[in-house]
Design a protein around this ligand. Sequence first.
Ligand code: CDT
Length: 311
Amino acid sequence: MTRIVRVAAAQQGPNLETDSREVIVTRLLDMMKQAKSKGADLVVYTETALTTFFPRFYAEDRAEMDLWFEREMPNDATRPLFDYAADNKIGFSLGFAELTPDGHHFNTQILVDKDGKTVGKYRKVHLPGHVELEPERRFQHLEKRYFEPGNLGFPVWRTMGGVMGMCICNDRRWPETYRVMGLQGVELVMLGYNTPSWNGLGGPDTPELRHHHSRLSMQAGAYQNATWVVGVAKAGEEAPGYHLMGGSCIINPDGQVVAEAQTEDDEVIVHDCDLDACAFLKNSTFNFDAHRRTEHYGLITERTGAVPPPE
Ligand code: CDT
């Protein structure tokens, strides 16, 4: 049996600080049309797809950053995506900065079905970086200043013929992210990322090593939870000295990369993801009910920092 979802990963080249939402949405819409022309069922966009990656900017007054946030979704700028999706029966997942009516700030990704209806929302849990200005850095990474940790957990949604999940950028490095969705039977995890090619503190990791870590995390998450993973970058130089890595890819439940972007520009890659291909590992090596041994893990939920002394 096969349950094919033809997935398009819509990698984005840089969004400049001066690019309007309308200009950016025109690019996103163009990629949605490309995806549709290739027969895709679903387009996956990146993290903060509608703006430049603004956490590199420091503002003493956090309210100055509200211009990068969306107060409603869809809104005037993004409605063309929802309309095209509904008219052409194509789903999509979109990352953006969300400002709620009661004043909360989240790094958010939504899932929109083939009728243009929002069926899922995820808010980023693992926020990297720092809260205060750190002048010694080559660039700032102030996600902890501008966002609150997500308050929705890692849900999955039964839609578009499968069990769908989302996470965002730094979440992809944490095994818990995939496992929480894996325990709910996830078959396709969608994620976007803005990952600088260089460490802001001038650490020893090269762009090659950072690419390796990104792939390693996503491939392990896919295999260990027997799920497809679609990782979508915002790539290229968003500002002088601020280069984001590319490497968007689609990974099968065996943890193999089956499609990958070749550029650091807007680029659509497509793959037929057979969701039934998850079943073999879900029912064998990673049959959680049969083989997980949580009662033997000596489970700790907080980092203790020390090995407990012998009794
Ligand atoms: N956007 C995002 O989460 N980026 C981080 C960069 C970490 S460097 C502070 C990532 O994990 O890719």
